[in-house]
Design a protein around this ligand. Structure first.
Ligand code: SF4
Ligand code: SF4
Length: 126
């Protein structure tokens, strides 16, 4: 679905302009998380250019580790990692948490390092 103002909101939060993207694919070719992504970073940018809010449902935005490789290599100077972060923020503001404490098995809670849990909650919960 194309939603008025959707891409503008992402632009405002990320302070980046997806319309500058020329679809060269350098970000996708460089992405360290590519094996876990459905939509590649280049495709995420394209969906934003088209104003398609279904990009919010893409698992790719949660798979992005903010490694900044794409950001460093984009020939148009777009901070793609910040765009991914903006998409996560909008999702979380809508209440779409992907990490819910009650859903984590107790055995896992005792095994996972605290730092990993803290990082996970910072990124994946509102
Ligand atoms: S590297 Fe930059 S210009 Fe190239 S596809 Fe990715 S976002 Fe677009
Ligand atoms: S910041 Fe995210 S999208 Fe960019 S290369 Fe790293 S994992 Fe991929």
């Amino acid at each position: 679905m194309v939603k008025d103002g959707f891409t503008s909101k992402i632009k405002e939060i990320s302070e980046q302009n997806p319309n500058l993207c020329m679809q060269c694919g350098t970000c996708s070719a460089s992405c360290t998380g590519i094996g876990a992504m459905e939509e590649l970073p280049r495709q995420v940018m394209r969906l934003l250019q088209l104003g398609k809010d279904r990009v919010l449902e893409s698992p790719s935005i949660w798979m992005c580790t903010t490694c900044l490789t794409c950001t460093a290599r984009c020939p148009r100077g777009i901070d793609i990692a910040r765009v991914m972060e903006a998409l996560r923020v909008v999702n979380l503001r809508q209440g779409n948490e992907v990490l819910v404490l009650e859903d984590i098995p107790l055995e896992l809670l005792t095994e996972v390092p605290q730092m990993a849990l803290t990082s996970g909650f910072r990124k994946l919960s509102a």
